[in-house]
Design a protein. Structure first.
Ligand code: HEM
Ligand code: FES
Lengths: 262, 162
């Protein structure tokens, strides 16, 4: 590969394989600053980072990568969740038996189910710790207030995902946990009874409840969370990147009318 | 009093541009459509037909239940008690957050496995987070049979004499 090379339409020697590679990767070997930049912003997945990032901002102890960890756990949950969906029927006669089959009959079912379950616990913890870190860093202050609000919605979506998933094994733990959760909802003044009725799809935990929780868990909430997360991450960049305290930027910080300091 | 001539009356004329008028109308139409969609979405989520067991059912003949005994009906989440002075039906649902209580005959009480509330045989709270006594349910005699309606409440302390 020619060093310092940039995408070019001119025919070059190298044959078919090279043309296929070029059709996918438009930049040359990343040994120049230009190609290194191209490697980042011509790649959908890498371009969540700006082309230039402060070393201070990607230092591990700055964020403990907790938001990224929550996002990575969400990816793991999506992959393992889709896998176990192939064996799980959201119906009263099948649900518990299917979960048991995943544990004892399906090849690799036990590992997929357990990775899904542990990653779910870990995600709730990671989101919570991420929030605590943002709070302790004071990174919720202007201009990042709106991202804090998005964060609260992400926390709610994460907790609801965890709660709706909990019912799906249809075991004693699930049944009574959902009994308690919907009784909590029923305690809301005025509309509590209606909320509980809508959540349960009736007056008691039954096949309607299982199906509702399944649709929320597998479709509605993951879509909501994905949408919120996209805006959340975009806002991190638009709000000037990860918050850095004045001593880390080497400049005095001025916040004028909620505008980021230039 | 004669008729008032509207046209001659001095009404203030408010002029708004065509663009603004259309804008307001469009926004209003969109608002009505959005509100209607929201209402219908909630309405859609309320099932019109439920396949739940009926709330009113026959327990049995009253003389099948001896005085001083308790019948636990876990499917219906209900206890039927026959004391010295008569019958009463009591919900087995814990008044804290809705778990099902268990009857401990030897200890003469009900306990809740979720957060440890306990109740005496009349349903009064003995301990734990439960805020009030177990709810009573309507109980009656129809065609000589003992009948309960789990959706109809009954006052505490009521007993059915047979
Ligand atoms: C599903 C849950 C969440 C995911 C996947 C997520 C992801 C991320 C990521 C990847 C970042 C980049 C910096 C970092 O890792 O710290 C970030 C930043 C941020 N997050 Fe979250 N987050 C979530 C929930 C929350 C919650 C619950 C809050 C607060 C209520 C929050 C508030 C913020 C704020 C204010 C920033 C900017 C921090 C700064 O500039 O230093 N996020 N988030
Ligand atoms: S639900 Fe019975 S003690 Fe909490």
């Amino acid at each position: 590969m020619v060093s310092g090379e940039v995408f070019s339409t001119a025919a070059r020697p190298g044959g078919f394989g090279r043309r296929v590679w070029r059709s996918i990767v438009r930049h040359g070997f990343p040994d120049t600053n230009r190609n290194r930049s191209l490697a980042v912003f011509s790649n959908l997945f890498l371009h969540v980072h700006p082309v230039k990032v402060r070393v201070e901002a990607i230092r591990f102890t700055r964020t403990f990568y907790l938001g990224g960890l929550a996002a990575a756990l969400f990816v793991i949950l999506t992959v393992t969740g889709v896998a176990v969906m192939f064996y799980y029927h959201p119906s009263v006669p099948r649900a518990y038996a299917d979960v048991k089959d995943l544990e004892f009959v399906v090849t690799a079912g036990v590992i997929l189910r357990n990775v899904h379950r542990w990653a779910a616990h870990a995600m709730v913890a990671a989101v919570f710790l991420h929030m605590a870190r943002v709070f302790l860093a004071g990174a919720y202050r202007p201009p990042r207030e709106f991202n804090w609000v998005l964060g609260v919605l992400l926390l709610v979506a994460t907790v609801f995902l965890s709660y709706t998933g909990y019912l799906l094994p249809w075991d004693q733990l699930a049944y009574w946990a959902v009994t308690i959760g919907t009784s909590l909802a029923a305690a809301v003044p005025l509309v509590g009874g209606d909320i509980s009725f809508l959540l349960l799809g009736g007056n008691q935990i039954d096949e309607n409840t299982l199906l509702r929780f399944y649709v929320l868990h597998c479709v509605v909430l993951p879509l909501v969370l994905t949408g919120l997360f996209a805006v959340h991450l975009w806002r991190v960049r638009k709000d000037g990147g990860i918050y850095l305290p004045p001593e880390a930027t080497g400049r005095a910080t001025r916040v004028v009318d909620g505008e980021p300091t230039p | 009093m004669g008729l008032v001539d509207d046209l001659a009356a001095d009404t203030p004329v408010v002029e708004i541009s065509r663009r603004k008028a259309l804008g307001v109308l469009t926004a209003a139409a969109a608002g009505v459509a959005a509100a209607g969609t929201a209402v219908m979405a909630v309405r859609f989520m309320r099932p019109n037909v439920l396949f739940e067991p009926p709330s009113k059912f026959v327990v049995g003949r009253p003389d099948e239940i001896p005085i001083g005994s308790l019948v636990a009906m876990p499917k219906q989440k209900l206890y039927i008690v026959r004391g010295a002075d008569g019958f009463y039906a009591m919900s087995a649902t814990c008044t804290h957050l809705g778990c099902m209580t268990q009857h401990r005959a030897a200890e003469k009480r009900f306990i809740c496995p979720c957060h440890g509330s306990s109740f005496d045989l009349q349903g009064n709270v003995l301990g734990g987070p439960a805020p009030r006594a177990l709810d009573r349910r309507w109980l009656g005699i129809e065609d000589g049979m003992l009948v309960v309606d789990t959706r109809k409440p009954a006052p505490q302390g009521d007993v059915l004499r047979v």
